[in-house]
Design a protein around this ligand. Structure first.
Ligand code: IPM
Ligand code: MN
Length: 368
């Protein structure tokens, strides 16, 4: 298959983990005889510096013409004092909006050999395997008005949702639960927020269409507690934009490092932007210390969700878990054992394991 992919490295460690992602995609193309072409586009703080905007119009155009998009990370102290429209994060929010990427999938799955890397007790984190589905183009992030008044002494942010915005994300939640273990947790704050009350009504309306899915409603504060006291309780969590942002960072402590979590941001069709959940980590940028696993696992999500390449995706995921189980990890994974390697070494290790996997398959095929 022929696919054109836009790569947006962004800021901080973004370029390093994007290079890892591209290397893995190139290896997949070679192994499975696909043709992937890559095009680099600016976003974030570096785009502000070089093009005067965190999201140049040409970047959006290139993304629209691509089959899928990868993003490294945006942000850094250098741009923290910039006005809102020149902040790196604005670029990320605008690309999500411009491409209508309303469904953000954040799978969280611990590796068995890294249970002790979590600050939580091993018996708490074991068997954690859930998916946070975060609404990505509405809610507090995008509600209008959003402004300062009264000489800057009063502020307004607006939490707004239309029925159709809630319906489409809740539907993604039900569909994902159906394909997994059939359990959906809808997280809201219906004891306080009107938006959450509509959210809850919609979940209740829709559940008759999914008799195979069990549904529970959980208030966000209680969900935050349960997520780290009993994470294996969860299968699919569906929630609004900001709740999902907060819960997914919290969930990362289960895997031992934020450097492990991939994400997919999808539109109504199969088009998507794939990015690690972690940020630009400016403190370690350019030092080869970044954990490439979140990015590499994001490329697996790209192959599965945008290209329908399940086998290829599985090959990546299996190589990553083999590398982890063999003890290879970057310094962010805080464990005394195993072998600390740099970004490049871990990426190469994973690619070698991917290739070795195919040899095994070929050998086996010889015998059938
Ligand atoms: C994320 C990030 C972004 C968000 C920031 C960088 C705007 O934290 O992708 O989770 O809040 O959505
Ligand atoms: Mn976040």
């Amino acid at each position: 298959m022929k696919k054109h992919i836009v790569m947006m490295p962004g800021d901080g460690i973004g370029p390093e983990v994007t290079a890892s992602a591209q290397q893995v995609l190139e290896a997949v193309a070679e192994e499975f005889s696909h043709r992937f072409t890559f095009e680099e586009q600016p976003i974030g703080g570096t785009a502000v510096d070089n093009h005067g905007s965190p999201l140049p119009a040409s970047t959006t155009e290139a993304c629209k013409a691509a089959d899928a998009v990868f993003l490294g990370a945006v942000g850094g102290p250098k741009w923290d004092q910039n006005p809102a429209h020149l902040r790196p994060e604005r670029g990320l929010l605008d690309i999500r909006k411009n491409l209508e990427l309303f469904a953000n999938l954040r799978p969280v799955k611990g590796f068995s050999s890294l249970l002790h890397a979590s600050p939580l007790k091993e018996e708490v984190v074991q068997n954690s395997d859930f998916m946070i589905i975060r609404e990505l183009t509405g809610g507090l992030y995008f509600g209008e008005p959003k402004e300062r008044r009264n000489n800057g002494n009063s502020v307004v942010d607006t939490l707004a949702y239309d029925r159709h915005e809630i319906e489409r994300i809740v539907r993604r939640g039900f569909e994902a639960a159906r394909l997994r273990r059939g359990h959906l947790t809808s997280v809201d704050k219906a004891n306080v927020l009107e938006s959450s009350r509509l959210w809850r009504e919609i979940v209740e309306e829709m559940k008759s269409e999914y008799p195979d899915v069990t549904v529970e409603h959980e208030l966000v504060d209680a969900a935050a507690m349960k997520l780290i006291t009993n994470p294996s309780h969860f299968d699919v969590i569906v929630t609004e934009n900001m709740f999902g942002d907060i819960l997914s960072d919290e969930a990362s402590v289960i895997t031992g490092s934020l450097g492990m979590l991939p994400s997919a941001s999808l539109n109504e069709e199969a088009f998507g932007l794939y990015e690690p959940v972690h940020g630009s980590a400016p403190d370690i940028a350019g030092q080869g210390k970044a954990n490439p696993i979140a990015s590499i696992l994001s490329t697996a999500l790209m192959l599965r969700h945008s290209f329908g390449m399940d086998q290829e995706a599985q090959r990546i995921e299996s190589a990553v878990s083999q590398a982890v189980e063999q003890g290879y990890h970057t310094a962010d994974v805080n464990i005394p054992d195993g072998q600390v390697v740099n970004t490049k070494e871990l990426t190469e290790r994973i690619i070698d394991l991917m290739k070795a996997d195919s040899t095994t398959t070929n050998i086996m095929n010889c015998y059938v």
